[in-house]
Design a protein around this ligand. Structure first.
Ligand code: GRF
Length: 217
């Protein structure tokens, strides 16, 4: 089984979506640990209640980003993961960290990359007047929010949307596509081809790469 370590900074609803997919028999993974840079992260309690190992590595006690990332790497590697999943982990990672987990580090971003990398994506989408917004699961590379894209889901932007209503619509899709991406990873079906495209290898029938609002298949 694919061993997963999840990194969170907050409520952990994406993490919970992974738990639910696993409970439903749709995600063939073992949750080895959930780690956070923030002791107040609500998701830590959720994970602990499931009996999953949790730990806090508080970035504020380290002198710099590099020292924090070294400690985080040590905490992660203790669990020998096949895949590290960023699920609302709100820290920029050093190149050394990202390179250490090359090809086995996934992130979910609340926008249709390459549009709106960085923070406040829903506010920026509304300000730009886009008619479609969404979310992206991608492999992490040193440059923030530009790694190879695994899957995206789009939602309409409505005239009366606020950042909150748009965020809710996007989050519902995040909870669909992250389990799907991780399932594909666990099945060994994701291949990164130069210059950074992800190909979905067929299972028993031709795969639908780049589909919108996919289902677990
Ligand atoms: C999600 O919108 C995710 O895309 C972003 O941070 C948020 C985390 O939410 N990176 P949650 O902690 O998974 O509920």
């Amino acid at each position: 089984m694919t061993r997963i370590v999840i990194l969170i900074s907050g409520r952990g609803s994406n993490m919970e979506a992974l738990f639910k997919a696993a409970d439903a028999g749709l995600l063939p993974v073992t949750f080895a640990a959930v780690l956070s840079n923030c002791a107040q992260a609500g998701g830590l309690k959720t994970a602990a209640e499931r009996g999953i190992a949790t730990a806090v590595i508080d970035h504020k006690v380290f002198p710099d980003r590099s020292a924090f990332d070294s400690a985080l790497m040590a905490a992660i590697d203790r669990h020998a993961p096949d895949l590290v999943v960023l699920a609302g982990f709100m820290r920029v990672l050093t190149d050394a960290f990202v390179i250490h987990y090359a090809g086995r580090l996934l992130n979910i971003h609340p926008a249709l990359l390459p549009a709106f990398p960085g923070l406040h994506t829903h506010e920026r989408a509304l300000a730009a007047g886009v008619k479609l917004h969404g979310c992206t699961v991608h492999f992490v590379t040193p440059e923030v929010d530009v790694g190879p894209i695994v899957i995206q889901a789009a939602v309409p932007v409505l005239d009366d949307d606020t950042p909150k209503t748009l965020a809710e619509r996007v989050l519902a899709q995040e909870h669909q596509i992250y389990p799907q991406a991780i399932r594909w990873f666990a099945e060994g079906r994701l291949q990164i081809t130069p210059p950074g495209r992800v190909r979905l290898q067929a299972k028993s029938r031709p795969a639908l790469a780049g589909c919108v609002a996919p289902s677990l298949d």
